[in-house]
Design a protein around this ligand. Structure first.
Ligand code: ACO
Length: 319
């Protein structure tokens, strides 16, 4: 039987502070109506002043380990997808590893912005199938609020903070990751980037985005990635039970569903409550759908995302 990477546990964490559209519209020239109509977002969470990305990641990881019935000592790989690391170095994953008391293996970060979790899952899957690790914690965690320009209404309304995690274990059988597909096109750098960094400006920088152009690229490339992931596994899109997309904008989710003829009831959407939590959004949405009973063991699930880079990709798995 084939060795596959099986999701055996899911977890998530959201900071307590809720920032509603109404509250945002008191500090920015925007409105609840505009934000809901153009994005579907109603509120987002904001990390506390002393709450770091690693704190969010650790909380989500603890929940995922408990859900999987695993201990820290079982884990031999930690991959954290984040664009908002605690520090420029060392990796946020190293902090997570130490805090959880994971005694073995490697821990590193992946930077693919909103596609980060799909890239991290793909990477961990390769480690597991090559038998270079047996039990991985794959985490998406962001304090995106720290790199948002709170005076720019075109981006400030979109983003939020949070973390999601999965425990991924090498097992032989029918369950697990069936196919992965990731891509980057660095020529589209200027559509979505942060205008600071250690080498170029010695600052952290703020998010800059051409929203319209990103929107068009998103629908096109996400649809393509979903079809490619299905083709690689030899399944058709209508055999997929649940779609768990990156939560950027409800209109992107609807646009992709329309383009591929997917029933919108099969698309997990948390964008209204979470906003765009970048690399955290896919595992956060997966956790919500597992815990509310929609996604069950044995279901075929398609994860997808697009983000800065541009980067995009999809992962097809049987839960
Ligand atoms: N409140 C009120 N008005 C606003 C706001 C706001 N928050 N933001 C922009 N506007 C105004 C603009 O200034 C513009 O006014 P004008 O016509 O007088 O010039 C008008 O609204 C329309 O602006 P558009 O940019 O054309 O609005 P659009 O319908 O494209 O929505 C949005 C903008 C929501 C950013 C959309 O383009 C989008 O979601 N793009 C995808 C980008 C994204 O989600 N990126 C996240 C990372 S990548 C990813 O996750 C896929």
């Amino acid at each position: 039987m084939t060795l596959r990477s099986v999701v055996t546990g899911v977890g998530s964490y959201l900071p307590k502070r809720v920032l509603s559209n109404q509250e945002l519209s008191r500090q920015l020239d925007t409105s609840d109506e505009w934000i809901i109509e153009r994005t579907g977002i109603r509120e987002r969470r904001i990390a506390g002043k002393d709450e770091k990305t690693s704190d969010l990641a650790i909380a989500a990881a603890v929940e995922a380990l408990a859900h999987a019935g695993r201990d820290a000592k079982d884990v031999d790989l930690v991959v954290v997808a984040t664009t908002t690391p605690d520090l420029t170095f060392p990796a946020t994953a190293a902090r997570v590893q130490a805090a959880l008391g994971i005694p073995a293996g490697a821990a590193f970060d992946i930077q693919a912005v909103c596609s980060g979790f799909v890239f991290a899952l793909t990477t961990a899957d390769n480690f597991l199938r090559l038998e270079q690790a047996r039990c991985a914690l794959v985490i998406g965690a962001e304090t995106f609020s720290r790199i948002v320009d709170w005076e720019d209404r075109t981006t400030a309304v979109l983003f939020g903070d949070g973390a999601g995690a999965v425990v991924l274990e090498a097992q032989r059988g029918e369950r697990g990751v069936l196919s992965t597909f990731i891509r980057t096109d660095g020529r589209m750098h200027d559509l979505l980037y942060v205008d600071g960094g250690p080498s170029q400006t010695q600052t952290t920088g703020k998010v800059r985005m051409s929203g319209n152009a990103v929107f068009r690229q998103a629908v096109e490339h996400i649809s393509g990635a979903m079809l490619e992931a299905c083709a690689r596994a030899g399944v058709s899109i209508d055999q997929v039970d649940w779609f768990v997309p990156h939560q950027a904008n409800q209109r992107i989710l609807d646009g992709v569903a329309r383009k591929l003829g997917v029933d919108v009831d099969k698309v997990v959407s948390t964008v209204a409550q979470h906003g765009n939590t970048s690399a955290a959004s896919v595992p956060l949405a997966l956790d919500v759908a597992v815990r509310d009973g929609r996604v069950k063991k044995g279901d075929m699930v398609l994860l997808e995302a697009l983000g800065g880079g541009l980067t995009w990709g999809a992962v097809l798995l049987r839960m």
